[in-house]
Design a protein around this ligand. Sequence first.
Ligand code: ADP
Length: 254
Amino acid sequence: MDTAVGGTAPGPDPWAVRLQGVSKGYGRGPGAVVALRDLTINFSRGSFTAVMGPSGAGKSTFLHCAAGLDRPTSGSVRLGGTDLAELTEAELTMLRRERVGFIFQAYNLLSSLTVAENITLPMMLAGGAPDPGWLEQVVRQVGLADRMGHRPAQLSGGQQQRVAIARALITRPEVIFADEPTGALDSRTGRQVLQLLRHVVDSTGHTVVMVTHDPVAASFAHRVVFLADGSFAETMESPTPERVAERMTRLGEW
Ligand code: ADP
């Protein structure tokens, strides 16, 4: 499974994201912290993975390094065929706009823009124009066809998060990173958003990596990877909320 993929040229790489031997430290001297320890993990195309772990386990640091928002101290991160270490800051910014989607707990929509403008913004920032057919499909999939002219304040939390999902999909990114995407939603709305995310993965072949504290949220993923003290402790396929909660208890979360 770890056969080397030659060079950095884009090509039919079965992995959306690969981390190899990634370590990340903060600070120097006696106050130095090692947040990630020699992490190696692959995310295949079309997969939905939840990353769980106790507070301080390194989940945010992992997400930042994997998404090209921060650089690891050592090791390599590849997105498709591209080694992020070989990119300049400007190239990394372009890569994040064009090839990575983000979904945050706080939606991060621009309040002065309409739903349609919020969705197409990443495409505009990347200097492109959305493919009308794909835009229509994405809008239909998230159930917002009749809300395109609304502003975020006119929408419920669940609807705002669906706008954020559409925005993440619009560039057809290599991978979508979601950070506690249902943290601000009530449990029923949260489940609907997660069902949508899972449906998007299964129907369009997009890749989602989601950091969450919530065993129910994690159960919508194809697999859960557990992070403990900067290392991946274990992996669970076809998770259920009960099994995830039990595993978290063993890892000392509660
Ligand atoms: P999690 O998201 O799982 O709570 P983090 O990735 O935020 O974990 O943190 C992992 C470790 O790295 C913790 O010990 C945290 O205190 C430390 N850490 C995170 N960010 C910084 C930073 N900018 N400077 C110093 N230490 C940090």
